[in-house]
Design a protein around this ligand. Sequence first.
Ligand code: DAH
Length: 339
Amino acid sequence: MKEKLEKLKEEAIRQINESDALDKLNDVRVNFLGKKGEITSVLKSMKDVAPEDRPKIGQLVNEAREEIEKMLDEAKTNMERKLREAKMKAEVIDVTLPAQKSNMGHRHPNTIALEEVERIFIGMGYEVVEGPEVEKDYYNFEALNIPADHPAKDEQDTFYVNGDILLRTQTSGVQIHEMEKGRLPIRMIAPGRVFRADEVDATHSPSFHQIEGLVVDKNITFADLKGTLAEFARELFGEDTKVKFRPHHFPFTEPSAEMDVSCFKCGGSGCRFCKGEGWIEILGCGMVHPKVLRMCNIDPEEYSGFAFGVGLERIALLKYEIDDMRLLYENDIRFLKQF
Ligand code: DAH
């Protein structure tokens, strides 16, 4: 028995020394110390040993077992250390290599233009609000003094969800939502997406963006409108920008106007950019119609206000000298990268 144990031990040590991987070491453990292992089977055969010899043999088996276990543990620790060292060597970091630049995206020209407009109006004490893109006919037309048979409704043909609900054609409806809240005074801009049944071309798209503006307070006059929008134009297009108001008609403002800015390319002498005119049309505006105020439960005898609407794409196209609106929607990275 003793010799058999000695042999088994030698064999185990030989196999441990030959093992060159952790799973091979594990095989050795199973083969010798496992449930059906060689050492275990010696223990099982104890019943054939004379009772008086059993303690002695038992002790020998345990010693052999402990020795093999110790060898296995040492071999395992060694092997793991070597593996770790090899890994560290293989994964060495060369801090002198040039860094890999991460690809940072950036804002769309529309967003850059919008943030510029927001910055200007926030600086003048305005709040930025939002309204729904899917809107009731009432807010998009009726409350803005555009009754069902009004020709302005034709110009702004849109997509209807049903007879009463539509995709808004203008951000002007946000004026109504804000006035209905009954919190006065109001000083707000409302940027957002609008929709029209327009064919796509260089200056039209079925979906584009507007920025609405509204001020309602006591004693607001056309002078406030002019001063505010002139300052807006100067901040947006440069200090020397001049503005011109041309009489116009919008159903929800009275009087109404369109504002032109002096061409920031040629300074007003006429160039390709302003099509020789020296002026560029930029927005619609006017004094909020008394009827509109009344529909929102605001007394026009006590309060007055002005409103304006700017096309966001128009501003982005002008600011970045882009000559085709479609470029803003095509998501061509080579184009977008330039801004
Ligand atoms: N909503 C008008 C449009 O889409 C633009 C506009 C004009 C808005 C005059 C206004 C305004 O608030 O006072 O053509």
